[in-house]
Design a protein around this ligand. Structure first.
Ligand code: ATP
Ligand code: MG
Length: 742
């Protein structure tokens, strides 16, 4: 369902901002749990092990400005967390002097988790907003004239609606949300109401109402907020900047507390956040930034890769490290990613990196064309089912699309196949009532559990008391969802024990587990509930799966129809690049020639798909026959275009099974030729082609079964029965001919 332009673009629902920005439960993630004192005699040396030369260079770069320009899956987060850990473990930096910031609660949680695993506690790893909130709360009495911090306005809709009315504008809900997005953009870009109209025109913003009216709503909203005595998320950052810039004592205290700064995903920084970073630094230069300009996909919210790209210019004498080795994806996936981004133009393309795949070879990515969208969705669902049947967990498969409205077709197609799925952006794991309940019970059990019992057993016991039966997955939607969530909690427990994060003994482990769960809940770092992931490309950022389907890659959807300027089109290309680089191994790209069955088929494939390869795509008989006319190689089983030489020789893609009938038929024919020429009779006297086809299709394993096949009577069975059964069993025709003759 399309609610507004933001959702239609596949963007996250901002009603979840509080959690997304990591400003809830900021007290649970003090980073204070100290897991240091591991078994390694030299933990600092251990931090260097497992890094490649470039990563090590990033970790060992001297104090001062460091810029790590790194592609997707190259170990960006690994490099920065190891740099922090190395500094702390060698004693060069005190953990409480480090402030590591990023942009989403999930990413901040990821950093904290990795630091803990490296045996480093006490480092602040937060989102910009969470860090600002903490500081502003602390300094509130000083900067707000003795009063507590104003309340934080979590949802702007009501105030924006009132402001619009005051400005003489009637807006529906969708209109309010779009106007809100504009106000957020303006505040993030440090644009004031009276500058708004000009700035929006210059930036080529796609405005829901005219710039002048929007500026009035913006001004009225600011006024309404002041009167209500509340501040919004952007004000949180602005107030912190102001507190530091205008209050010398505040600046001094913050700057003596934080001396080393790290920013992950720096290409996502906006002018307001950059201003805060500058305020924190106060002219100092102990700053490490890491980012990938090719993954800039939030420009429309005010984020700008310029700060990353121009880092060297802003910080003369900085160390620049490039990471190009991709540890996530197969060379085949990496190859396609490089092709997609190779055509990039503009600012972000200046620092484009060519990724070098480090993993073993995998299947070639496939680009397929379908007649219509339902056919595309059905084929994708069928392929998901095949992957699951081959052993890929459903949670390791993702279907990614450009706009949220595309989700529905895939939900239906997967449901028809009986495949579970999760829509990213749906209910969050730790907010589910059964998980909240389980956490309360686990916290209670942590106080009373006795030593000697394994942690996993204790956790399962606690969950069983709520009616959870690990051995039986119930039927029915809601019950199954509940069961799956609890099963995921058990898996999560298992993972933390295996990774050594939590002790395996219940008495020791349960309190640690409870803390770990609370920290993850705060970070919204939910384990995947078993099921195929459906997500927009925006929501897929930073995530990875074994198998990824990028669907709907037709012009108008990718790039999206309203992307018009060169810059907007480049952002669309980067969005596809982000999608491609999510796949570890299997990657399918597809598009449909029409929306509905029987359509005119006038659509064209996305301009970003590699030239030549997009033309040859197709998976329907119609598309297949067209391609055959052009003599281009396709898989004989599914009709998809073949790019890989080995696959071209096999005449099938690696994803499709060898056609057993065809292969057996060939062996039967070879055997028949040897027998007939040995006996000096025509081949059909031994068996006709039709009989061989029937044998190849039925694959009988017994004499009786063979006798059922038309054209196989008692005489033929006596003469050739053993030979045919041996061939069906996989025997080589030459050895069988020998047996038959003997
Ligand atoms: P993203 O683009 O999603 O932010 P990233 O660049 O931050 O990715 P990481 O998440 O740090 O990359 O690493 C990607 C994967 O590669 C992780 O599973 C990580 O453990 C692994 N990895 C990174 N460096 C190495 C290495 N030197 N040797 C082996 N594996 C590595
Ligand atoms: Mg990362």
């Amino acid at each position: 369902m399309i609610c507004n332009a933001r959702e239609a673009q596949g963007l996250p629902d901002l009603s979840y901002r509080t959690e997304r920005l990591g400003v809830v439960s900021t007290d649970t993630d003090s980073g204070g749990t100290d897991f240091s004192g591991g078994t390694d005699s030299d933990p600092a040396a251990a931090v260097l092990a497992g890094l490649d030369d470039d990563q090590r260079a990033a970790v060992l770069a001297p104090r001062g400005p460091v810029c790590i320009l790194a592609g997707a899956g190259t170990g960006k987060t690994r490099a920065v967390t190891h740099r922090i850990a190395y500094g702390v473990l060698t004693g060069a930096t005190a953990p409480q002097h480090v402030l590591a910031v990023t942009f989403t609660a999930r990413a901040a949680g990821e950093m904290r988790g990795r630091l803990r695993e490296l045996g480093v506690g006490g480092v602040q790893a937060r989102t910009f907003h969470a860090a600002a909130l903490r500081q502003l709360r602390y300094f509130a009495p000083r900067v707000f004239f003795g009063r507590a911090m104003p309340d934080l306005l979590e949802r702007k809709a009501a105030l924006v609606g009132q402001a619009a009315a005051r400005a003489g504008l009637r807006l529906d809900r969708t209109g309010v949300r779009d106007v809100t997005s504009e106000i957020e953009w303006a505040k993030s870009a440090l644009v004031e109401p009276d500058e708004y109209a000009a700035a929006a025109a210059k930036a080529g913003r796609d405005l829901p109402v005219d710039g002048g009216s929007l500026a009035k709503v913006y001004a009225a909203y600011e006024e309404g907020k002041r009167r209500a005595g509340v501040i919004d998320f952007e004000d949180l950052l602005r107030s912190t900047v102001w507190a530091i810039e205008e209050h010398r004592d505040v600046a001094e205290q913050i700057r003596s507390q934080y001396r080393h700064f790290v920013v992950d995903e720096y290409q996502d920084v906006n002018p307001l956040q950059q201003r805060l970073l500058d305020a924190w630094l106060g002219g100092r230069d102990d700053l490490t930034v890491v980012g990938d300009a090719s993954q800039t996909i939030y420009s429309f919210t005010g984020a700008s890769p310029s700060y990353l790209i121009d880092f060297g210019g802003r910080h003369p004498g900085s160390t620049v490290v490039r990471l190009e080795r991709d540890y996530r994806s197969t060379p085949q996936v990496v190859g396609l990613a490089n092709q997609v981004i190779a055509g990039a133009r503009g600012e972000a393309a200046r620092v484009r990196l060519r990724l070098i795949g480090q993993r073993p070879d995998g299947p070639a990515p496939r680009i397929a064309q379908y007649d219509d969208e339902p056919a595309e969705a059905a084929a994708v669902a069928a392929r998901c089912a095949a992957l699951v049947a081959e052993g890929t967990p459903a949670s390791e498969i993702a279907v990614l699309f450009r706009v949220n409205a595309q989700s529905e077709a895939y939900e239906q197609a997967l449901a028809e196949r009986g495949l579970a799925y999760v829509v990213r952006g749906g209910e969050r794991f730790f907010e589910r009532p059964e998980i909240r309940g389980a956490m309360v019970l686990l916290r209670g059990a942590a106080r009373s559990v006795e030593s000697g019992q394994p942690l996993l057993g204790a956790v399962t016991d606690v969950l069983t008391s709520t009616g959870y039966d690990p051995g039986s997955r119930p039927a029915g939607g809601a019950a199954r969802e509940r069961w799956e969530a609890l099963a995921a909690l058990v898996r999560l427990t298992e993972d933390t024990v295996i990774s050594g994060l939590v002790p395996a003994d219940a008495a020791e482990g349960l309190p640690v587990l409870v803390e770990e769960l609370a920290a993850r809940a705060a970070a919204q770092h939910a384990p995947t509930v078993e099921g195929v992931t459906l997500a927009s490309l925006h929501a897929a950022k930073g995530l990875e799966w074994d198998a990824v389907f990028l669907v709907g890659l037709a012009e108008g959807t990718m790039p999206i129809i309203h992307a018009k300027t060169a810059e907007q089109l480049e952002e669309e290309r980067r969005l596809l690049y982000v999608g491609v680089t999510r796949a570890r191994e299997h990657l399918w790209l597809s598009w449909a020639a029409s929306r509905a069955p029987g359509g005119r088929g006038g659509r064209r494939p996305s301009r970003f798909l590699p030239v030549g390869e997009t033309e040859v795509a197709g998976a329907t008989p119609r598309a297949r026959s067209k391609r055959k006319d052009r003599g281009l190689p396709v898989c004989r089983a599914c009709g998809v275009a073949l790019f890989d030489t080995v696959q071209r020789k096999l005449r099938r893609c690696s994803a499709c099974p060898a056609d057993p009938d065809e292969e057996l038929f060939e062996r039967l024919r070879t055997w028949r030729l040897a027998v007939s020429s040995g006996a000096g009779v025509p081949a059909y006297v031994v068996f006709t082609d039709a009989t061989l086809t029937a044998i190849a299709e039925d694959r009988p394993t017994t004499v009786d079964g063979l006798g059922q096949i038309p054209g196989v009577g008692p005489r033929k069975i006596a003469q050739y029965g053993d030979a045919v059964l041996a061939l069906v069993g996989g025997a080589d025709p030459e050895t069988v001919v020998g047996v038959a003759e003997a």
